[in-house]
Design a protein around this ligand. Structure first.
Ligand SMILES: Nc1nc2c(ncn2[C@@H]2O[C@H](COP(=O)(O)OP(=O)(O)OP(=O)(O)O)[C@@H](O)[C@H]2O)c(=O)[nH]1
Ligand SMILES: [Mg+2]
Length: 224
């Protein structure tokens, strides 16, 4: 049975401080819809026996036939953290109940406009990395897109195999850390550091990029 009620959700809709919007983004087939299913199951919306297979957020007939997401799809959940966990929330809040809006986006490159749309309306994003496939091209694309929009991503490792910590560490060291460093240097107008990082990362400049700064420079760098 669904473990929250409309009466719990409705008042939070008017409390901006208690609303969190998050998009799931990553490469195709890295279990975004599967994780959505598990969360829906935890919330009592779908039966546990079917979660992971149902792909509840793939509602269209063509999505179900092809077993892939084509359109972004939003769900909402109610979350009431324990007293202990509430202490970790540094932002202002009104009461202890939270409305969590989650958007499941498609991973296939043909539907990347859906990811762009999802990132326009979210304040955070969960990037899922399958440790067996490693860092795939679309993960890198959407990660760069999120950082360019000023969204700080959270990274979640998913894997059907245990003991893949080394691969995740490689992802942090080779991909995520440089992205954070370069975006920090550009957005805080640290010119020397930016130039050093761009040289280190072997990013090839176009002549017109040299005069850019701030967000337009970040966009140009993320496209390389
Ligand atoms: N890669 C990965 N797949 C998993 C994992 N656990 C289960 N799966 C299965 O792998 C497939 C992933 O499918 P989806 O959840 O539809 O993947 P998706 O990221 O939503 O794919 P798109 O929406 O097409 O981008 C399903 O068959 C899952 O049952 C996991 O930890 N990693
Ligand atoms: Mg999907």
């Amino acid at each position: 049975m669904v473990n929250f009620t409309v009466n719990q959700i409705r008042p939070i809709m008017h409390k901006k401080a208690n609303i969190r919007n998050m998009a799931f983004i990553t490469h195709v087939d890295h279990a975004k819809s599967t994780l959505m299913d598990f969360l829906m199951c935890k919330a009592g919306v779908i039966a546990s026996a079917r979660s992971g297979e149902t792909c509840f957020t793939n509602t269209r007939k063509d999505e179900q036939e092809r077993c892939i997401s084509i359109k972004s799809m939003a769900i909402f959940l109610f979350y009431k953290p324990s007293e202990n966990n509430l202490n970790f929330i540094k932002q202002s809040r009104d009461g202890s109940g939270f409305l969590i809006n989650l958007i499941n986006s498609p991973g296939h490159v043909d539907f990347s406009s859906e990811v762009t749309a999802a990132l326009h309306v979210t304040d955070s994003t969960l990037v899922m990395v399958d440790c067996m496939s490693g860092m795939c091209v679309q993960t890198q694309m959407v990660l760069c897109q999120a950082v360019t929009k000023g969204i700080k991503p959270q990274v979640q490792q998913v894997s059907q195999q245990p003991n893949d910590k080394k691969l995740l560490l490689t992802f942090y060291q080779l991909i995520l850390d440089p992205i954070f460093k370069v975006s920090d240097a550009i957005m805080n107008f640290k010119k020397e550091e930016t130039a050093k990082l761009i040289e280190k990362l072997d990013i090839k400049w176009d002549s017109e990029d040299k005069d850019k700064e701030g967000k337009s420079l970040l966009k140009a760098v993320m496209r390389r």
